[in-house]
Design a protein around this ligand. Structure first.
Ligand SMILES: Cc1ncc(COP(=O)(O)O)c(C=O)c1O
Length: 355
């Protein structure tokens, strides 16, 4: 028998279960489960639009942001088209491209874990219909600075749809969040993807949304499954939006814990990646394989990319303490011995946090 799993830190989920008010709303919806949800999720769409301060025509709701991404690909891709994306990225993207009939074109990340915007642009040609950019990125957590993103978007040809995946935006603490209506108006080929799975902690319920110009959104909605958003999920999202303050405090706690993990892992000798999502990223040549092994032994599930990296979702304080204890063990000690100390006793180097 293997080691029992104590902490699930592999899928960038929220460590917190739904709030009591959200659970109450779900229970009420369960009692009405013999009724269909709306044919098109118009009420939820309007609610999200009001919350994002955009017009309802700018919002497409789907089965998680993955569902909206698939609808977008199905809306714009023709056979023989390509989809350019960084690699690594969120694993679903190459699969979604295949489902929609597009050929994925992977572009390596830069050595410090950032999406290489210049190389992504260089990979765009007449067959490219879609470019995916994640901000913050998965798995490295890197963030694209607002001016670099705007410059990139200006250079993407208009016939190419940009899927700007902001699944982790709430954890990013961007200095200057864009005015959404102005941003969408300036970039009519961009679909911003967001989700209730991460900061809002509703991963099991599968609700995400896309924000774009009404023309683009209209095409994406045509790919939406009738009755496709279930009523319990809708009730949970609406209740979560009403509990925005409480949920923001949970996000604050995750961000505080993320920074503690970064700091303390750095102190143990790990080079910690940029980290603007709800995770931290450790990369080779640090001993990530041994790190994954000691964490498994300690009952902690993480996302391990053998020989390449280790993505650890920020958990509860207790889970994070377990991570720190495990990674302070023999691996880190051996690793520290091999490292040349800089500035007194500090041995860690934090990679640049912005592009
Ligand atoms: C970058 C990114 N986008 C999207 C998702 C999935 O989001 P959803 O649950 O809304 O489909 C993930 C999940 O890990 C992710 O990392």
């Amino acid at each position: 028998m293997g080691v029992p799993v104590l902490h699930r830190l592999a899928l960038n989920e929220s460590p917190y279960p739904p709030l009591p008010s959200v659970r109450r709303a779900m229970r009420r919806a369960v009692a009405q489960a013999h009724r269909y949800p709306q044919f098109h999720p118009d009420d939820l769409t309007e609610r999200i639009a009001a919350w994002c301060r955009v017009c309802p025509g700018s919002v497409a709701v789907g089965s998680g942001s993955v569902g909206v991404a698939l609808q977008a690909l199905q809306a714009v891709v023709e056979p023989g088209d390509t989809m350019v994306h960084a690699w690594r990225t969120f694993d679903a993207y190459p699969l979604l491209a295949g489902m929609a009939g597009a050929r994925p074109v992977p572009v390596p990340l830069s050595p410090d874990g950032h999406q290489d915007l210049g190389a992504l642009l260089a990979a765009v040609d007449h067959r490219t219909r879609v470019v995916v950019v994640c901000n913050p990125h998965n798995p490295t957590g890197s963030l694209i600075a607002a001016d670099a993103l705007r410059a990139f978007l200006r250079r993407v040809p208009r016939h190419v749809t940009v899927l700007l995946d902001e699944a982790y935006v709430e954890f990013a603490r961007a200095a200057d969040p864009p005015d959404l209506p102005a941003f969408l108006g300036a970039h009519p080929n961009v679909l911003v993807l967001r989700t209730f799975s991460k900061a809002y902690g509703l991963a099991a319920l599968r609700v995400g949304y896309g924000l774009g110009t009404p023309d683009l959104v209209e095409r994406i909605r045509r790919q939406q499954l009738p009755f496709g958003i279930n009523a319990v999920a809708t009730a949970a999202v609406e209740a979560s939006l009403r509990a925005g303050g409480e949920l923001r405090r949970r996000v604050d706690t995750v961000v505080t814990e993320r920074e503690r993990l970064r700091q303390e892992l750095g102190g143990l000798g790990w080079r910690v990646g940029p980290g603007h999502a709800n995770s931290v990223w450790l990369a080779a040549p640090d001993p990530v394989d041994e790190g994954a092994a000691v964490l498994t032994e300690a009952g902690v599930l993480t996302r391990h990319y053998p020989g390449e990296g280790l993505r650890i979702t920020v958990g509860t304080r207790k889970a994070n303490d377990t991570v720190l204890t495990a990674l302070a063990g023999p691996v880190a000690r051996r690793f520290r011995q091999a490292r040349v100390p800089v500035s007194g006793c500090s041995v860690h180097t934090v990679l640049p946090s912005r592009e």
